[in-house]
Design a protein around this ligand. Sequence first.
Ligand SMILES: O=C(O)CCC(=O)C(=O)O
Length: 255
Amino acid sequence: MVLNEDQLGDFRAHGYVVLRNLYSPEEVQQLSVWLDQLWDSDGTENEIATYFETSPTTGETVLVRAEYLLGDQSPQISRLLLKPDAVGALTEVLGDEPQLFKEKANYKLPGCRSDLLHQDQAAGWGAYADYFVTMLIAVDENRIDNAAVSFRRSKQHELRLLGPEWQVLSEDEPPFLPESDYEVVEAQPGDAVLFDCYVPHGSPANLSAAARRNLYLTFNRKADGDHRMAYYRDKWENYPPNTRNDARDRATFKV
Ligand SMILES: O=C(O)CCC(=O)C(=O)O
């Protein structure tokens, strides 16, 4: 077992659990260099899918996320991320071997907009499976002032959508209310959070000077099949990646 009983109990009760120090400082350093290289490459020199937006606070073009990062693209980084402890913890919360569904880096650089309160499952994931677990990996420190992610710590976590698909649960900017229902997960580089696709979560705009780069690797149960390529083909048709020269504004972002 990778997770202890308390950690498993936490995940079952609330839909998420924080795993401190899952990745070592050396591993985080490799991830950090890799994310910087992706940022410099601007998505046109390789196969990754980049999403650039115009910052609502500074007006600058910022890379908000990069997707489709693992596998043949970066075998060494894939091995690092999918190390036995990580796969073991995922297997324990999924109750089956993890099958990679999608993966992304959220850069949340200074000036990046907020992510409003939402459930990941509302982003059309139901077309592929009804249960997913995402592993958030903090590459930079996550603090309240540089957009640490808030998770609803419900007394009765429910595995269902709480609103219509493609809609956020509230248009209100964080902090989400009542504040006592949410945990702002401050994290050190190398910490991870496993959370299921029904946990309401989001984060404020990054108004600090410190970047907050997190990785998000999402898995379904192996028994539910391999949907990664179908998901990306569908997504790229409906919401194509872009480059620095055709940055979008926030209005085009759904969940
Ligand atoms: O990276 C963040 O701050 C939040 C991202 C998020 O909730 C998402 O991409 O689903």
